[in-house]
Design a binder for this molecule. Sequence first.
Ligand SMILES: NC(=O)c1ccc[n+]([C@@H]2O[C@H](COP(=O)([O-])OP(=O)(O)OC[C@H]3O[C@@H](n4cnc5c(N)ncnc54)[C@H](O)[C@@H]3O)[C@@H](O)[C@H]2O)c1
Length: 358
Amino acid sequence: MKKINLKTSNTNVPIYVGNGILNNFEISKYLFNKDVLIITNTKVGKLYLNKTKRLFKEYKVNSLVLPDGEKYKNNETLKKIYDFLVKNHYDRSLTIVALGGGVIGDLVAFAADTFMRGVSLIHIPTTLLSQVDSSIGGKCGINHKLGKNLIGSFKHPNLVLIDTSVLKSLPKREFLAGMAEVIKYGLIKNKTFFNFLNNNYKKIYRLDEDYIIKVVTTCASTKAKIVKDDELEGGIRALLNFGHTFGHAIEASKNYRGILHGEAVSIGMNIASAISADQELISHEDYCEIEDMILRLGLPTHIPKKITSVSIMKHLGHDKKKVSGKNRFILLNNIGSAFISDQLENKYLEDLSKNFIS
Ligand SMILES: NC(=O)c1ccc[n+]([C@@H]2O[C@H](COP(=O)([O-])OP(=O)(O)OC[C@H]3O[C@@H](n4cnc5c(N)ncnc54)[C@H](O)[C@@H]3O)[C@@H](O)[C@H]2O)c1
């Protein structure tokens, strides 16, 4: 079992990574009150709710099972959680456990942050994406129909438990979507890791224990370090949004249906890399290497053909990372090095996005 510490000015979050740690983790070191509520969804609940309940067998455990899917990361589902919490007379001594992927993690953490101005939270992320990214760093929230994650806050968990063995049941398409965020860490921060992924993706896809643990711990510790240096995204943390500006506009254009977050981010990373080459920040060869890698690893590079550039531009207009009316993009100045740019004009972005529609 590996341990990573996410230290910020006012919190210290232990993150444990291991194959099978849900079977024998000593939870009592981290949990001092009796009430525990596990919140999950129908799919993950069927697979891992009983196992997770056993982890908390010394406590008074209850569970709430929500519908599955990004389209439920909204106000109505949040209200269901609040109703359940209030009807069950929970107080501030409650610990909520978010058992699931990024959708459950974001939604449940926001509920934990706002119910009674905040109760304790444990993340048990069960998708690759949530293990390498969304369970770490505290960002949480829900979607608005006009834009993704527009309502939210920062809520650090008290503990993150990452059991890589749960990835065995993850559908291949979901695993690949998580790989988009994994590739992102290589592109923005770590060329050696980018090369490692290029050379070892077959072993990673087979869930070879040493390789998948290396992937998850490298990403989790990179994210923990970035968050430590810039908890509230005043600067360097924004680099984690590489590929996300176009990605979010693509997801919103599809009304969050038929495309996975990681797939949209993969297309967004390809576009951001193409912009970086077009702006002569990276070479054309580097761009081709990135696009080849994304394709080789089985991820999409182009916007689905039913999406128009008008729709992309409309949704870029709602991006919450805009500053003074200008979109902010994360661009590469090398493979393994990124920076923030707000220098791109709308006309340029619209013309460019047309070239990326399949
Ligand atoms: N908070 C952050 O910092 C942050 C970062 C990145 C992404 N996100 C958010 O994360 C969300 C995407 O998360 P996701 O990709 O994990 O999607 P998800 O939570 O929808 O999970 C994907 C699918 O896999 C199922 N699933 C989960 N674990 C499983 C398992 N072990 N076995 C079988 N099926 C399993 C889920 O029920 C779902 O059907 C988006 O809403 C995105 O905005 C948040």
